[in-house]
Design a protein around this ligand. Sequence first.
Ligand code: AKG
Ligand code: FE2
Length: 560
Amino acid sequence: MSPNAPPVLDFSVFYGNDTAAKAKLIDQLRECCHYNGFFQITGHRVPRELQQRVMGCARRFFDLPLEEKLLIDKNRNSFNRGYELLRSQMLEVGTGPELKEGLYIGEEIPEDHPYFLQKKLNSGPNQWPPTVPDKDEFEQTSMEYYHAVFDLAKNVLGALALTLNVSESYFDPLTDGAVATMRYLHYPAQPKDAEEKLNRGIGAHTDFGCITLLLQDEVDGLQVLDAPTGEWLDVEPVPGAYVVNLGNLFMRMANDRYKSNIHRVINKSGQERYSIPFFFSGNPDYLCECLPHCRQPGEGPKYPPITVEQMVTASYKESYGRAEKYKQEIKAKMEVVATRYTLITLGGPSLAFTLIRSFVFTLSETPRYSLSKGRDQAAVDAVKHVARQNGKPEPLTLSMFQDIDNGLDIPSTTLSALLTTEILRGNMEDFTGSHYRALVGTRSLTRNTFLIWGFWLTIGIAYPLYFNSLPSYLATKFSSSGSLDTTYRNYCIESAVGVSGPLSAAYLVTTFFGRRWMMGLSAIVTGVFLFAYAGVSDAAALLAFARVTRMLGDFDTLSK
Ligand SMILES: O=C(O)CCC(=O)C(=O)O
Ligand SMILES: [Fe+2]
């Protein structure tokens, strides 16, 4: 064992009459508290046989199938009792959720107990596993052990009082009615090649409460940070010993003179590891103030008074919140991957169909477009082509168009392409008053007109609601990273950029490419972008790609 590793001290002298030996123990404890707040004790009064029995309980519980352990899921109550799933907690920033599962047990607080009624810290009935073998023995051993370690914690606090040169009973107001939690912990054997940083049994942390008494099995993994050297020291398991460490609450009361030290667990042993920490918080209403002899004359306390309950609750919130946030981030990343796969699945076939449509099948320009360009023969050919494809007679001929032109007395010069202004004028003629009057010409026409307008109005409202509100609702409901503002900002940008799609399409179809090639080209570019979209990894690039594909989509629609 490295010389700085927490020393193993014989606590039995605390109970004996050898004052010199007791004074020496107190000095050693004081030194440990100043150094890093960690030490191990043997010679306490918790029987070895009870320790072995309780370790057996821990193993028995964790051997249960997951669904049976989940019957007493800790998330079902607010008083910190029950089963905690693997990877629920995350104490160290920058690591993954922790590779440990736990069972939280505390004093049996029935629902008519004042602590339960007043919703005091971690106070409520225990959640016992209904299917654990030897259930009665399980509950009885767990509580017997809890009370034995509770008493030991009081003794250790008595000894710590002596290190501060106050009476052994100094902490009685803290220990009377104290709340404590013990955890059965199981660290599954970590895969050999697992990345250490992401596979902590417990990430580097300090304990929240007053003091912790930890029973380890024979598998090592606990390490304490040696502040002066920055080295991680192994806290080797000593059969029957308790690893005692001070928590943040004690350090605060001691005005930082005594240390609550950083520690962690990495189970590299290749074996299952079990441990049972006992976290002694104290009476929830106890006001933690600066302890005597923890400041120089004239020196003020570093921290204002705080109750045990306030302090411990805040620490819990912080560490569980971190694990939750991490999981949300992973979820968001998974969503990006899922989007990629969706786009590849959709973009691939659409690109293939575009290529087939452009190069395998002969696609004619639409007759209406050809006519507007004065290409009557092309219009006739297109209609014939469609008829032929469908095995129908081909009734349309060029002379039919010429007859119509002659009948309308249109001079042959206008058979050439129409000017854009002429097309526009022609289109505007549709908007004369007589056309609108016809819409309400009879009762049934009026009814039908208003019904149709009503339908389109509803569709017009439903469309943006569906495309904008639903995704934004989903984005904010299921992802912590997306905010409503961001989602709407993105839609505004997308829609504004999208306007350029129809405008450029309106111009480009009048150029040399015509409608057919512009449609084909835009479909190809859309397909290429959909593929490229799939490779995007950050939010800004995703937004940019969404805008371009939306613009191309509008382009495509208008060209049709
Ligand atoms: O399991 C261990 O050895 C340490 C547990 C611990 O540090 C904790 O639960 O806070
Ligand atoms: Fe700890």
